[in-house]
Ligand binder design. Structure first.
Ligand code: IPE
Ligand code: IPE
Ligand code: MG
Length: 240
């Protein structure tokens, strides 16, 4: 087996990326933080296309957390404008790609025109058969678990589900990612080594790879490097 094939044989099915370091990227260049977000959004397009090309089946990217609302109003506004631009562009150009776009997080908190776009993009790409791209927007792992618990309790209260039948598999169906495999690999650029509320339930046995590279500078080569590191890891899932 060639080196390439060997790597392919252990290609993660589901990759998560915490797109972090936009602000520091801008600061280093004496630019305002939104300029970093713009560069980060551009890089998101590049990395997404690359993941789809090399055969990743699920990609989940953390774009905006439930805690990011605490940032200055101007910065949140700039981020919302970038989301809108991206979604409009996705509707125009991105539909040539065989990528199915889904949103995870409470999108009902976004401005109505953004919500409309979100639904349009989801619908327009629903029949795509290639990579599933989960965009985590107003996403928080804890909020997701609480939402799942609430929906599950509603089903129990309505008699649709017996508490005795609640297993890990059943519970995970109530998460935004219900029906999808757990992430195998989670990548965080920027130098921070923490989850920051990303995929808390789903990452139980994910491999973590951290890079001291700011997200706008993170290249397809760096992604390849992360995949190599992943391929060299021995996953035991609690076994021997
Ligand atoms: C990630 O970059 C983008 C979002 C969280 C929306 P940051 O804005 O967190 O960049 P740093 O971490 O301040 O450099
Ligand atoms: C995590 O980055 C959220 C996203 C990348 C969207 P943050 O920059 O918000 O995380 P902390 O504050 O460093 O933990
Ligand atoms: Mg950050």
């Amino acid at each position: 087996m060639g080196e390439q094939e060997k790597n392919r044989s252990v290609l993660p099915v589901h990759v998560g990326i915490i797109m972090d370091g936009n602000g520091r990227w801008a600061k280093k260049r004496f630019l305002p933080r939104p300029a970093g977000h713009r560069a980060g959004a551009q890089n998101f397009r590049t990395i997404t296309r690359y993941c789809s090309k090399i055969g990743i089946k699920y990609l989940t990217v953390y774009a905006f957390s439930t805690e990011n609302w605490t940032r200055p109003k101007d910065e949140v506004g700039a981020l919302l404008r970038l989301f809108k631009e991206y979604l409009e562009e996705a509707l125009r150009d991105f539909m040539d790609e065989n990528i199915r776009v889904r949103f995870i997080g409470d999108v009902s908190a976004f401005p109505p025109e953004l919500q409309v776009l979100i639904h349009e993009v989801e619908e327009a790409s629903a029949q795509k058969t290639g990579m599933v791209l989960n965009l985590a927007m107003n996403y928080g792992g804890r909020a997701e678990i609480v939402r799942a618990a609430r929906r599950l309790s509603e089903d129990v209260a309505a008699g649709r589900r017996d508490p005795e039948d609640v297993t890990e598999e059943v519970f995970s169906q109530y998460l935004y990612t219900g029906g999808q495999p757990d992430p195998d690999l989670i990548i965080r650029p920027s130098g921070e080594e923490r989850l920051s509320n990303f995929l808390l339930w789903q990452s139980a046995y994910a491999e973590f790879v951290y890079f001291d590279i700011l997200w706008p500078d993170f290249t397809t080569k760096d992604l390849d490097h992360a995949l190599e590191i992943y391929a060299s890891r021995q996953r035991r899932f609690g076994g021997v």
